[in-house]
Write a protein that binds this ligand. Structure first.
Ligand code: ZN
Ligand code: ZN
Length: 358
């Protein structure tokens, strides 16, 4: 265990992620990041989680003590000040033990070459381009397509791919095709307000939540593809989109172009465009409606409820509730399930012929 402060203390670069700073300091001490952190804080496996999103207060205090960096400065390198709602656009990194399977960490090759650090801005899914260098962000190694994992960089260098060792800062810079949309800029402003204000700015949180709901509904209902056809200049949306936050750079940028068009104008005009896309009030029934969207949603047609073809199975009836505490519950439940399930229609399959064919 390291009892005193660190021998080498690399400063945090502006807007750097905690994981990136910690990995750089580990490598400077000639150790892997998990080993270094194991010596600082024994018994706490901080790399087996999304460190930047969910580090505990105790681990953060310990890091502050050992590195002599103020606690508040370290907290600003994480996403701790964002609530669950305002973390809506945080790209998941899919933690698997000490490595990452998701492509949630993006990077600009030119910035990475200059500072050798990963920034917080690159974790947001509304960040698609580097404004300083006018190029698109990468979310994987261009050679082997592995996700960027800062703390496992080969040759103790966070800017090297953890699988093939390719220097990520030498990836070709792909010029941006268009400037950031109004919605992307508004989201950036909202995030900085949430972080800097003492009450976490409820209005900004509501805006972030509302835009995320709209994008989720557009994708879930398939309206996004209809919108891409109707509003042609917004750009093509490749299908299918499984997760917006993990979608490719082009998909996210084109989606924000559409959202720009779908949010401009007074609520009655917004509702008129949404109605053309087939959205109804029922499209938003599974989501909480923030005030920013509710006025437009109330002007939509109510929608038609689907009728179920048959009544739902009532398995946990009065008899089953009574049997809950009894010992042979599993056996009785299985038997009850078999009896409750509807019988198959048509002749039974000819099992003897199938088995002979095998
Ligand atoms: Zn850059
Ligand atoms: Zn690689």
């Amino acid at each position: 265990m390291i009892h005193g402060t660190w021998l080498i203390r690399l400063p945090i670069v502006e807007d750097e992620l905690l994981s990136s700073w910690l990995a750089r300091n580990s490598f400077a001490h000639g150790m892997s990041a998990p080993r270094f952190c194991g010596l600082i804080n024994p018994g706490r496996e901080i790399w087996a989680r999304d460190l930047d999103a969910s580090i505990s207060s105790r681990s953060l205090e310990m890091l502050s003590l050992k590195s002599e960096v103020p606690l508040r400065r370290l907290e600003h390198s994480t996403f701790r000040r964002f609530s669950r709602i305002s973390k809506s656009f945080l790209r998941p990194i899919s933690v698997y033990h000490r490595t990452r399977r998701g492509h949630g960490l993006q990077y600009c090759p030119a910035c990475l070459g200059e500072t050798a650090a990963f920034t917080r801005r690159w974790r947001w899914s509304f960040s698609t381009d580097c404004l300083r260098h006018g190029c698109q962000l990468y979310d994987r190694c261009p050679e082997c397509l592995s996700p960027a994992v800062a703390h496992r960089g080969l040759a103790r260098n966070i800017a090297r791919c953890n699988q093939c060792g390719f220097p990520l800062s030498q990836a070709n810079e792909v010029p941006s095709t268009q400037p950031p949309t109004q919605t992307q800029q508004d989201l950036e402003t909202a995030m900085s307000k949430i972080e800097l204000s003492s009450d976490h700015c409820p209005a900004a949180q509501e805006y972030v939540h509302a835009v995320h709901i709209l994008i989720t509904v557009l994708i879930g209902s398939g309206a996004i593809y209809r919108a891409a056809k109707i509003l042609e200049e917004a750009g093509e949306i490749p299908r299918p989109i499984i997760s917006f936050d993990l979608a490719g750079n082009r998909t996210r940028r084109n989606t924000f172009s559409l959202v720009d068009r779908l949010l401009c104008g007074p609520p009655c005009e917004i509702a008129s465009v949404w109605t053309q896309l087939g959205l109804t009030q029922r499209s938003f029934r599974k989501t909480a409606r923030p005030g920013f969207l509710s006025r437009a949603i109330m002007l939509l047609p109510p929608g038609i409820a689907r009728k179920r073809p048959r009544p739902p199975l009532r398995i946990y009836g009065a008899r089953m509730k009574k049997l809950r505490s009894s010992t042979p519950f599993d056996y009785v439940r299985q038997r009850s399930l078999v009896l409750t399930c509807p019988k198959p229609v048509g002749p039974p399959p000819n099992l003897s012929r199938q088995s002979s064919a095998c």
